[in-house]
Design a protein around this ligand. Structure first.
Ligand code: B4P
Length: 197
């Protein structure tokens, strides 16, 4: 059962900053449940559900999927994993509305966000990472530079305001996200340990 000592980490950053990559490493270390809204949406699409078809329209254009769809999906996931000692939220929240909904879902479970780890990577590096992944992953949103640019615009206008939202709560940690994977991972762990003190 979730409680106030739970560890709830939000991993934050622009498309391609390493959220998914570093989440995998954090999961192993801290024994948390992983909620990646990108992965959940891609699973819906693969299963050809109505939700998946709707989401695909937005994802393929590089746009965010509407808040109510994503929030409902996260709510279901959390209900189905209510015995978890904590979560890593990867790619969620991406708008202020999503952040407010997350606070209230956690509050209902008598818990809260421990820290928000923001990966800082320059745009040039991000574009080359995504195009490189697009060559092998088959992800439609990684194949075309225009779609990638739309994703950055969505990030700048709708997601970046969350940095102030969490900074004002004293929960935001900025981490250099370019360079060696294990160096980045150690910085993330140091921030988690700092936030838990
Ligand atoms: P996501 O699946 O979250 O896609 P992403 O932002 O590109 O992040 P991802 O986790 O996949 O990549 P990562 O940074 O780990 O979202 C896809 C789409 O779904 C969104 O555009 C949106 O349409 C929709 N969506 C998802 N969540 C939503 C929400 N909450 N609200 C509305 N819509 C939502 O890594 C990228 C690449 O970089 C990898 O290939 C990795 O190998 C590489 N890499 C990582 N670290 C590196 C390093 N240090 N050096 C070199 N390469 C590195």
């Amino acid at each position: 059962m979730a409680h106030t000592q739970s560890l709830n980490i939000v991993i934050f950053g622009p498309p391609g900053s390493g959220k998914g990559t570093q989440s995998q490493k954090l999961l192993d270390k801290f024994q948390l449940k992983h909620i990646s809204t990108g992965d959940l949406l891609r699973a819906e699409r693969a299963a050809k559900t109505e939700l998946g078809k709707q989401a695909n329209e937005f994802i393929s254009q590089g746009e965010l999927v509407p808040d109510e769809v994503v929030i409902g999906m996260v709510r279901n996931f959390m209900l189905n994993h209510s015995d978890s000692e904590g979560f890593i939220f990867d790619g969620f929240p991406r708008t202020v509305n999503q952040a407010i909904a997350l606070d209230s879902m956690l509050d209902e479970n008598n818990t809260k966000i421990t820290c928000v780890l923001g990966l800082d990577v320059g745009e040039h590096e991000l574009v080359s990472r995504l195009l490189l992944r697009g060559r092998s992953s088959g992800r439609i949103d990684d194949q075309d530079e225009n779609t990638i640019r739309t994703r950055f615009k969505e990030y700048q206008t709708k997601t970046l305001p969350l940095q102030d939202f969490y900074q004002n709560q004293g929960k935001y940690y900025s981490i250099q996200g370019a360079g060696d994977l294990s160096t980045i991972f150690h910085s993330l762990c140091a921030s988690v340990n700092n936030a838990r003190k």
